[in-house]
Design a protein around this ligand. Structure first.
Ligand code: ADP
Ligand code: MG
Length: 301
């Protein structure tokens, strides 16, 4: 286990930013930490990276405790903070050499070159950071986070503020890095999790409200809700017998809501059953439950 978070609570004066939060992150897993603004994502990441102490609870990173082994924790973590603080007056290469020096990285010039190649900064390496676009600044942020070859990468909203092309590039880069590293990234964008992460932990108002594989969240998405209104009473068991039907809810009158377990469109089956039973269909609509809906459902309060 790369990261073990146990019963973390964080109070800012009276305000509770994290409420008894526990979760684990496995080695070489890419986990998305998803939640609306103010949910507590940055607070959790600052605690894991030893920037602020928790009020209560325990965190271990690669077996080291954040309270009494913070130097070892930092050696094992690369951190890209939310607003990616960079020295805008420094040159890309100069900055990476400087950061590498702080970590006492050996063969520093070789390592900086590797990071520049990895993050695709070859052409920009001799430019001032202040002259770079937001997407390239994120690459510099990733390069500095990786310079000491940490096992764990923590990235706080790494794609916020990027244009669609930059977004694609940075996501690709994160996925590439995730093959050899444990990655935890925060985001408030559901599609991001779908595109990049193996697992998602959803946080809302300081509480964990979901912790599941992206795959099972996708299955959530696959569910369909069919709304149908007949012109007379229908035998419910006939609808229930359609393959894929999970639940039939009777609304008022002859209106029904049918929830299916997979992506198969059963509207035709419903129609055929109605015809066979000499029943008219007044309305027949399909609503798809999106991952966003799952997210909204879990984070409404
Ligand atoms: P997120 O990153 O999910 O947007 P944060 O962890 O930044 O959320 O914030 C969680 C809550 O804690 C918010 O209500 C925020 O206003 C509050 N908060 C964050 N940092 C501080 C601070 N330094 N002092 C007081 N309150 C804070
Ligand atoms: Mg934040």
């Amino acid at each position: 286990m790369s990261i073990i978070v146990e019963n973390i609570t964080k109070l800012y004066k009276e305000q509770k930013a994290l409420n008894n939060v526990s979760f684990n992150v496995n080695e070489n897993e890419i986990v998305g930490f998803l939640g609306p603004n103010g949910a507590g994502k940055s607070t959790m990441m600052k605690i894991i990276t030893c920037y602020i102490p928790p009020t209560e609870g325990k965190v271990k990173v690669c077996g080291f405790d954040i309270n009494d082994q913070s130097i070892d924790v930092r050696k094992n973590i690369g951190y890209l903070p939310e607003h990616n603080p960079l020295y805008l007056d420094m040159y890309v290469k100069e900055f990476l050499v400087f950061i590498g020096g702080l970590y006492k990285v050996k063969n520093i010039n070789q390592r900086v070159k590797e990071m520049i190649d990895l993050t695709g900064l070859q052409i920009e390496q001799n430019k001032k950071i202040g002259a770079l676009s937001k997407g390239y600044r994120q690459r510099v942020g990733l390069a500095q986070a990786m310079i000491h070859d940490p096992k764990v990468l923590i990235m706080d909203e790494p794609t916020t503020g990027l244009d669609p092309n930059q977004l694609e590039e940075i996501r690709g880069l994160i996925k590439k890095l995730g093959k050899e590293k444990t990655v935890m990234l925060s985001t408030h964008i559901m599609q991001e999790v779908e595109a990049v992460c193996d697992r998602v932990i959803i946080i809302n108002h300081g509480d964990i409200v979901a912790n599941d594989t992206t795959q099972s969240l996708k299955q959530y998405k696959a569910k369909q809700i069919i709304s149908v209104e007949f012109d007379s009473i229908i035998d419910l068991s006939k609808i229930q017998s359609i393959e894929g039907v999970e639940l039939v809810k009777q609304l008022e009158g002859n209106k029904y809501q049918i929830i299916t377990s997979d992506e198969k469109d059963i509207r035709k089956d419903i129609f055929n059953i109605a015809v066979q039973n000499n029943i008219g269909v007044l309305t027949l609509n399909k609503e798809e439950q999106k991952m966003e809906d799952v997210f909204k459902e879990l984070t409404k309060k």
